[in-house]
Ligand binder design. Structure first.
Ligand SMILES: CC(C)(COP(=O)(O)OP(=O)(O)OC[C@H]1O[C@@H](n2cnc3c(N)ncnc32)[C@H](O)[C@@H]1OP(=O)(O)O)[C@@H](O)C(=O)NCCC(=O)NCCS
Length: 463
């Protein structure tokens, strides 16, 4: 039990000794996790003991040369992605989450800390538990001075994602896991120090990401202090300079909660898992994940979508018609480019995250009437038909990035090179959850077998 004798009952203590104020009779995230870990450990132990040799699928040549698409080869509990239905977080669909996960006192969108709680524990937190977690994150949210100086020393021309990765890896200076590992701890204790690091990292991401934003785009502006009474995104929005815009703050909460996890095989989550499996600490593991997220086929797509939609807007002018959009789509495809915001490695239907963000837009008149959002909507009505006719992509429907950046743009956050950083703040929720669980379950070093073309041919001939 982590409420220790020397502290008042209203404080909970982390593995590295940080005491956080708590609401009476409310569980901390650590305590909630502690309750669920033993059953999962038992479940995995039993599976291993009784079914280690059971077959769960075939490996086809197309899996090996096709980026391991569809290959069932990873353990990931927090979310499952169905090609048709989309994502479920511990069994809950996005509309379920919107119904049951606590929102901010002045809002109605999912608070990312309530999503974090769900991902970590598989349980829906109470509003008090969520508030307590918000408080803990805000209390731990300041950046160490040397990280501020490091970020301030970077050239403004360095891509914000590169800066984010640098900042996150430098935060490992204070890694509780690394220090404990060097000291010598039992394997069964790994998860608790990993949790410390993950919470610290998540808490510091808003200050880090906002500092990068201000350095690159708002040079000389003064960043406010973290408000201990605000939630994670309330603070992030304020630090960015958009705290006055309640609609944007709410949008950011929804966006960050929904982007938190998307199964384990996507490039960023998988990278965090792979690097973490070497027992690299969560800061190093997540900085590696951020560089996977920075690729145009993954997290950079939201920036690409906006660039592409703005170019379309410029070419079409104000008289937008489906016909003109169709022509522009064909021009993109005939130019040998992909249509950004469409297609997916797993999904074969419109992305429910796209639908949720569209619904958010539909509730607000200013978004319904926004030229860029109208263009996104009209594009989503025509693009699937064009992509089907083009005949290449397995999924002609919009993914979440088809709309995500355009809402930010509408609200004046127009620096689209920054958008993937917001995604990076979000994806930490799922990737870091899995790092905690990988340590709790004692998952081993990841090491798939690779084959040469000759070796594959030999296997094919002999079978
Ligand atoms: C997401 C994405 C990388 C998935 O890639 P994937 O799993 O290889 O997709 P598919 O299996 O459907 O690809 C089959 C073919 O269709 C093409 N294709 C896929 N999506 C396409 C799109 N949006 N526009 C045009 N062509 C597309 C692929 O380039 C590939 O062509 P190739 O055989 O010449 O290499 C891909 O759909 C894409 O590039 N989309 C645009 C970028 C984007 O929105 N990324 C964000 C993802 S959340």
């Amino acid at each position: 039990m982590l409420v220790c004798a020397g502290l008042s009952k209203n404080f909970a203590k982390s593995a590295s000794g940080f005491a956080t104020k708590r609401f009476a009779s409310t569980k901390t995230l650590r305590e909630a996790l502690q309750e669920v870990i033993p059953a999962k450990q038992e479940q995995l132990k039993k599976l291993k003991a009784e079914h280690s040799q059971a077959i769960v699928g075939d490996v086809k040549v197309e899996n090996i040369i096709g980026g391991m698409r569809g290959l069932k080869g990873m353990l990931w509990d927090a979310s499952v992605l169905d090609p048709i239905e989309g994502i479920r977080f511990h069994g809950l669909t996005i509309p379920d989450c919107q119904k049951v996960l606590p929102a901010a006192p002045d809002g109605k969108e999912i608070l990312p800390e309530s999503m974090l709680w769900l991902l970590m524990t598989g349980k829906v937190p109470t509003p008090e538990e969520t508030r307590q977690l918000s408080r803990e994150l805000a209390e731990k949210g300041e950046l160490p001075k040397f990280v501020e100086q490091l970020i301030d020393s970077l050239p403004q021309t360095l891509h914000p994602m590169t800066q984010l990765g640098i900042g996150v890896s430098a935060l490992n200076h204070d890694s509780a896991f690394q220090a404990a590992y060097e000291r010598g701890i039992k394997k069964s204790e790994y998860w608790t120090y990993t949790l410390d690091d993950c919470i610290n990292l998540i808490s510091r991401l808003p200050a880090l990401a906002a500092r990068i934003y201000r350095n690159v785009y708002k040079s000389g502006s003064e960043m406010p202090a973290i408000d201990k009474n605000l939630d994670l995104v309330g603070n992030y929005s304020q630090l960015l300079g958009y705290g006055h815009n309640k609609s944007l703050t709410e949008y950011l909460r929804l966006y960050i909660a929904l982007h938190g996890d998307h199964e384990g095989g996507n490039a960023s989550a998988h990278t965090a898992h792979l690097v973490g499996s070497t027992l690299s600490d969560p800061y190093l593991s997540y900085s590696a994940a951020l560089y996977a997220l920075a690729g145009p086929l993954h997290g950079l797509a939201n920036q690409e979508v906006l660039r592409w939609q703005l170019a379309m807007q410029k070419e079409i002018g104000s008289d937008i018609t489906h016909g003109k959009i169709k022509d522009y789509l064909w021009k993109t495809l005939k130019g040998g480019q992909v249509v950004p915001g469409y297609g997916h490695g797993v999904l074969r239907n419109p992305d429910p995250r796209f639908i949720a963000l569209q619904e958010f837009c539909n509730t607000l008149p200013e978004l319904r009437e926004s030229p860029i959002i109208r263009l996104v909507n009209m594009t989503s009505e025509i693009a699937p038909e064009v992509l089907k006719e083009h005949g290449k992509t397995k999924n002609p429907y919009p993914n979440v990035d088809a709309t995500s950046g355009c809402v930010l743009y509408h609200y004046g956050l127009t620096e689209f090179k920054y958008y993937t950083v917001i995604f990076g703040v979000s994806r930490a929720l799922g990737a870091l959850t899995q790092l905690v669980w990988a340590r709790a379950l004692g998952l081993p070093l990841e090491r798939p077998k690779s084959l040469s073309i000759d070796a594959i041919e030999k296997i094919v001939k002999s079978s």
